[in-house]
Design a binder for this molecule. Structure first.
Ligand code: PMP
Length: 393
């Protein structure tokens, strides 16, 4: 007997109907179709450091093509330990406090699986990075948004306190931030730490843009604040720093109390991060001098200047980012009722793809903003800037 659709067990999950194709991926597809310049996705197509590339290729030839230990090869865990010590004077035991993950994305997923329950609330700052909100929702965790100030993205500690309820389990902090470029200040991170300590919360941090800081801004690792190491689950990675977004290689550092369960859940979906590529990242950490990291910042600050100048010439009003590699620009003057329409109009007129600001805010906000990524090879960025300068609305 045929089943009626309503009675059929062949149905999407409760979560699936709420899933939307990410606006970033949608713009990338449209941009590819018309052969445009993609400033929508943070793909970071600048050159990979030679030492990273060579070590990965050599590792493949040397037979490092099989599963690694579930939390990564010892060499890379040791290199991550040394990096955290060098940069932030933070000590993590490479045996049980470092997880090599398939990107910071997988690190956060594993941490959320290990530490959060359905119905828990997690506070995030708005504008937010879409994957953060979507990852939490996919686990039936409730994202609670605390809006940063419209003009300079300052944090209001009272708004943070007001958002905390008995169901709050964690705060998720992305600094330097995508899409705002905000680098949270010491006093802001102190306010966040104070809230975590007062209400006994975890702090999840996404520090993937730690080296992308401009005009003398300094990245502060939140785990360095008093009392925070034991409750901070820090995510970072190599996608951005070594321009290897497609390698899927990142890491998490956290107290041993949490790391066992995190590694278990990472194993469940990824088994391990790509084996030979872990050797590439390890060689980069071991061999690249401190000047490499300052050069990353200098190069991107220079790219930032170019895009800011082009956006201003095109009549858009950019907010100057202190970190990361995105610019949010006010595009009130561009045709279109919504940011998504404005992004499509701009793509049609110039062949330059940007992302609708609405992708980073609760419904109804961000409709006058577009986000532009400037981590592009110089010739492509320069061409995009040239086209933007010629844009006449
Ligand atoms: N976190 C943030 C804030 C990002 O912007 C991105 C890239 N768009 C990621 C994480 C992705 O990191 P990974 O490639 O290490 O998963």
């Amino acid at each position: 007997m045929a089943t009626t659709p309503a009675a059929s067990r062949l149905a999407l999950s409760q979560l699936a109907p709420g899933v939307l194709q990410s606006e970033i991926r949608a713009m990338t597809t449209l941009c590819d179709q018309m052969g445009g310049i993609n400033l929508s996705q943070g793909v970071c197509d600048t050159p990979v450091p030679g030492v990273v590339m060579d070590a990965a290729i050599e590792a493949m030839r040397a037979g490092h093509n099989i599963y690694t230990r579930l939390d990564g090869i010892a060499r890379l865990r040791l290199a991550i330990r040394a990096k955290q010590q060098r940069d932030y004077a933070l000590s993590y035991d490479p045996e049980n406090e470092v997880l090599v993950a398939s990107g910071a994305t997988a690190g956060l997923h594993a941490a959320a699986m290990a530490l959060l329950n359905p119905g828990d609330e997690v506070i995030l700052f708005e504008p937010f990075y879409g994957y953060h909100v979507a990852t939490l929702k996919s686990m039936r965790v409730v994202p609670v948004l605390v809006a940063l100030a419209d003009d300079d993205f300052a944090l209001d500690p009272d708004a943070l306190s007001a958002a905390i309820t008995p169901r709050t389990r964690a705060i998720l902090l992305n600094t330097p931030a995508n899409p705002s470029g905000k680098v949270f200040s010491l006093s802001e991170i102190e306010a966040i730490a104070h809230a975590c300590l007062a209400h006994d919360l975890f702090l999840f941090t996404d520090e993937i843009y730690e080296y992308f800081v401009y005009d003398g801004a300094k990245h502060i690792a939140p785990a360095t604040l008093p009392g925070m190491r034991e409750r901070t689950i820090a995510m970072s990675g190599f996608s951005k720093t070594f321009s290897i977004t497609g390698w899927r290689l990142g890491y998490a550092t956290a107290d041993a109390r949490w790391m066992g369960a995190m590694s278990y859940f990472h194993d469940l979906t990824y088994v391990c991060a790509p084996s030979a590529l872990q050797h590439g990242a390890a060689a980069g950490l071991e061999q690249l001098p401190p000047s490499f990291y300052t050069q990353v910042a200098t190069d991107h600050q220079d790219k930032r200047e170019r895009i800011l100048s082009a956006l201003r010439a095109a009549g858009m009003k950019p907010t100057v980012p202190a970190g990361a590699y995105y610019v949010l620009a006010d595009v009130s003057s561009i045709d279109g009722a919504t940011a998504a329409e404005k992004a499509r109009h701009l793509l049609k007129q110039t062949g330059v793809a940007a992302v609708a600001g609405s992708a980073f805010f609760r419904k109804g906000k961000g409709e006058n903003l577009l986000r532009f990524c400037f981590a592009k090879k110089d010739d492509e960025l320069n061409e995009a800037c040239r086209r933007l300068r010629e844009f006449k609305g």
